[in-house]
Design a protein around this ligand. Structure first.
Ligand SMILES: [Zn+2]
Length: 198
């Protein structure tokens, strides 16, 4: 995967169009979106142009990781959101599973009525689920108690969903490791160019 080098000007133009909120909240892209609601950022070079999906760009700029063909999942289910703490790389299969858990897929729901795709978890419940699972309670029992699909409990425990909800440690606040956060600060300080893929 070759990637495109964005200039410091392009990077700062990009970030200026994102409404950044506190670390745990959604950061909305405020400009053009595509037909699926994802933000779109365009750069112009030598009479041509290149387009990027804004959540993918935000993730690559903050983590320094190239996504290539990997899909990027929104734990918040909010397409224009560019908060890297709400974004997790995955496979297309993860994406389909995620859509089903969230009730977005075309397939009929596994349990009619009760699981209607509405969000039944909140930050507190997520923390409690992770704690109790770590203490040996089964995911199936927790799924029953919280009235959610067992697959969702699994994703919560593995931090594939609700990755932005941290434990007590400050490190988890952004879903990034200490090393990644340090690298992020260094890059921000230098305001340098960055290599990204579409
Ligand atoms: Zn979000």
């Amino acid at each position: 995967m070759s990637g495109t080098i964005l200039t410091a000007d392009e990077i700062s133009r990009f970030w200026s169009k994102i409404r950044k909120a506190e670390p745990g909240a959604c950061w909305a892209w405020t400009k053009e979106v595509n037909n699926k609601g994802y933000g779109r950022f365009t750069i112009y070079r030598h009479g041509g142009r290149a387009r990027f999906l804004t959540h993918r760009l935000a993730y690559q700029l903050t983590t320094g990781r190239l996504l290539g063909s990997a899909v990027l999942l929104h734990s918040c289910d909010n397409p224009p959101c560019c908060n890297p703490a709400h974004l997790t790389p995955g496979t297309q299969a993860d994406n389909v599973a995620d859509s089903k858990v969230k009730g977005r897929a075309v397939a009929p729901p596994i349990r009619r009525g009760e699981s209607n795709g509405q969000c039944k978890l909140n930050d507190q419940k997520v923390i409690e689920i992770r704690r109790r699972c770590a203490n040996g309670e089964t995911q199936r029992a927790l799924a029953k108690e919280f009235a959610v699909d067992p697959a969702l409990i699994g994703r919560v425990v593995l931090r594939k969903s609700w990755a932005h909800v941290g434990d007590e440690a400050g490190q988890a606040e952004t879903g990034l490791s200490e090393d990644e956060r340090r690298a992020m600060k260094r890059r921000a300080a230098r305001n340098r160019t960055a290599k990204v893929t579409a």
